[in-house]
Design a protein around this ligand. Structure first.
Ligand SMILES: CC(C)(COP(=O)(O)OP(=O)(O)OC[C@H]1O[C@@H](n2cnc3c(N)ncnc32)[C@H](O)[C@@H]1OP(=O)(O)O)[C@@H](O)C(=O)NCCC(=O)NCCS
Length: 186
């Protein structure tokens, strides 16, 4: 198990990288934590799609006394060859912190670990979509440097719109990425 600690985190929590051997112990808790705040629940295959291929980009915050799950971030990193030059794009798919532990920097710490892991693997950028009405998530990502690149109208089944957010990690040729740096942010 890869133990990850940082000075600016609540000292009592443990931050670990997900790995396959932890599936039986943590997948039910990950599903339960993430689905609590989702308007559209994901099937177990969606979780496995991310966790099996990109375990090294997924992090958990655990309670020190019983190792129960307090927070989790789930990501992937793929090469988009259609772009010229090909883009290594990280994607934050899921992020949740248990409500009693919110407001203490746990999500900030998880996002920073994911950014660091993707940057280490030479990601050019990290993208995600967030519901327009999710103010805590929008503030969190914008505080960490993510930019609104596009509004996705009525993106969710509940009719709510989303923003696509992007964190450029390398200097990009803006002309080569019109989809992400266009003028369609409203
Ligand atoms: C969005 C969510 C993940 C944020 O989790 P969190 O752990 O409360 O987030 P943080 O504590 O890192 O940041 C929240 C606030 O606490 C503040 N904070 C308090 N102590 C902090 C510390 N030690 N370090 C950093 N920030 C701290 C932050 O500044 C931030 O303030 P802000 O409102 O000005 O942005 C959480 O609300 C959640 O799980 N929501 C439901 C699921 C969800 O919406 N997920 C995201 C979209 S899928």
């Amino acid at each position: 198990m890869d133990l990850v600690r940082s000075d600016d985190l609540p000292a009592e929590l443990r931050y670990i990288k997900y790995e396959h051997g932890l599936e039986a112990q943590y997948l039910p808790a990950i599903r339960s934590l993430i689905s609590k705040d989702l308007s559209e629940p994901y099937s177990i295959y969606v979780y496995r799609y991310f966790l099996c291929q990109w375990a090294h980009l997924c992090f958990m915050a655990l309670h020190p006394s019983d190792s129960s799950l307090i927070g989790v971030i789930v990501c992937k990193l793929e090469v988009h060859s259609a772009h010229a030059p090909p883009t290594r794009r990280g994607y934050i798919a899921m992020l949740a912190v248990a409500s009693p532990f919110r407001g203490h920097g746990v999500a900030t710490a998880l996002v920073k670990k994911a950014i660091e892991a993707m940057a280490k693997r030479s990601a050019d950028e990290i993208v995600l979509e967030r519901e327009e009405t999710n103010t805590p998530a929008m503030r969190l990502y914008e505080r960490l440097g993510f930019l609104r690149s596009k509004k996705l109208h009525r993106y969710y089944l509940n009719g709510n719109s989303a923003y696509r957010l992007v964190l450029p990690l390398k200097a990009l040729d803006l002309d080569a990425s019109p989809d992400y740096y266009g003028d369609d942010v409203v």
